[in-house]
Design a protein around this ligand. Sequence first.
Ligand SMILES: *[C@@H]1O[C@H](CO)[C@@H](O)[C@H](O)[C@H]1NC(C)=O
Ligand SMILES: *[C@@H]1O[C@H](CO)[C@@H](O)[C@H](O)[C@H]1NC(C)=O
Ligand SMILES: *[C@@H]1O[C@H](CO)[C@@H](O)[C@H](O)[C@H]1NC(C)=O
Length: 271
Amino acid sequence: MNSRSSFLLFLLFQALLLAAASTTAYPSVVDTGPTDCSLSDGDLTPIRREVYDNGRIIDISHRFTTDMPAWESDQGLGQFLWLPKSMKNGSLANNSEMKLPAHTGTHVDAPGHVFDHYFDAGFDVDTLDLEVLNGPGLLVDVPRDKNITAEVMKSLNIPKGVRRVLFRTLNTDRGLMWKKEFDTSYVGFMKDGAKWLVENTDIKLVGIDYLSVAAFKDLIPSHLEFLRGRETILVEGLKLDGVQPGLYSIHCLPLRLLGAEGSPIRCILIK
Ligand SMILES: *[C@@H]1O[C@H](CO)[C@@H](O)[C@H](O)[C@H]1NC(C)=O
Ligand SMILES: *[C@@H]1O[C@H](CO)[C@@H](O)[C@H](O)[C@H]1NC(C)=O
Ligand SMILES: *[C@@H]1O[C@H](CO)[C@@H](O)[C@H](O)[C@H]1NC(C)=O
């Protein structure tokens, strides 16, 4: 059986699974509601959503906040937004400015992140393939007691033909993306896990639920395995809380930042 037909079989299997589960409407995806809004006037309270259209569209990007975790920082992201032109002091409109490390929050890595010659050659986020960043893919849970090694990758039995996988780990259970302090004990890929994925699967989009796909211990070696071939796209800092594992249509769009090896990215899942 070729990989395309095995993937079709797999899709069929997933569709049956999803049909069986369709009565439970993701009760754990909680709409945080308007609680963090500063306006209190009833009619002027914006709605902040995690899901749209009764749960059919799931936002898996984190909201940018001053308290979100930032790489190797105890203080979180800190101020990233300013209002140099304000209606309060006479401007015709409010115009904010922002300053963000390119690898903040939910973001994507381009090959230039860990290969200087790719950086110099221009393999920036503007060159990433939108076809890879958009299409059918799986959300899978990985074992909670290990980092993602070759052994773990083998045990997941991800069928050939699957090109996009979001890996949910202990990071989600620990709520690490909701904690201000950067935590080096997050779960990620070990070098052998990254190498195994690249050599033995068709996965080109790798998503994970903390700021790096690579375990801190294997930070650079894992990134090198993933990005050497310039075919794998890494999406980091995903918000996978309360989403059921299974097959989704994944949609991720980075900014077209010329010369940047990383970019904030908006990612959604559509059932
Ligand atoms: C207007 O107010 C903002 C703060 O709200 C300040 O950053 C900015 O410099 C002010 N602009 C002028 C022209 O006073
Ligand atoms: C304009 O900026 C002020 C802060 O100076 C803010 O309170 C107000 O909500 C803003 N107005 C709009 C329409 O966004
Ligand atoms: C994963 O690796 C990190 C070091 O990068 C370590 O601190 C952590 O305990 C490991 N997690 C698990 C679940 O083994």
